[in-house]
Design a protein around this ligand. Structure first.
Ligand SMILES: [Zn+2]
Length: 142
């Protein structure tokens, strides 16, 4: 296990169900550490419960295989995004919204009370603080 921060390892941030190599290069590793240091670690401390990473970095091939965004290309392929879940995803979404800078925060699927998971991205500069919510089969900007 190689730690990227206090709570998250490189293995967690590069997990994939695809039977493909998903090893990031040094530039992506640095970006994953930026995401962990600025968002995931402090978020973990604030909500004080475990956060599971369903998907962090994806190579272009892995992103394509799972049907990830192509245009614009998913921030998962840059090491800037993570799909996360915890006991109360709606609360986690709200905590990110109120306490953090982010590039994109997405309420993924689910219903009005709970998203199935939360997508969040962070860049070392140029964060847009864009909030999207999945509703009736499409994403609406909040
Ligand atoms: Zn995502």
């Amino acid at each position: 296990m190689s730690k990227l921060g206090k709570y998250f390892s490189l293995e967690e941030m590069t997990v994939t169900n695809e039977n493909m190599d998903n090893t990031p290069g040094p530039t992506v590793r640095k970006k994953l550490k930026v995401l962990v240091d600025n968002l995931l670690d402090p978020l973990r401390e604030m909500i004080d419960e475990p956060i599971a990473v369903n998907s962090g970095f994806r190579t272009l091939a892995v992103n394509k295989a799972i049907g990830g965004a192509q245009n614009p290309i998913s921030q998962h392929t840059k090491g800037e995004a993570a799909d996360i879940e915890c006991f109360d995803n709606a609360n986690m979404f709200q905590v990110i919204l109120e306490h953090f800078q982010f590039d994109q925060l997405i309420w993924e699927k689910g219903n009005d009370r709970q998203p199935d998971w939360v997508h969040v991205s962070f860049k070392s500069n140029g964060n847009r603080n864009q909030i999207l919510k999945y509703k009736n089969g499409k994403y609406i900007q909040l």
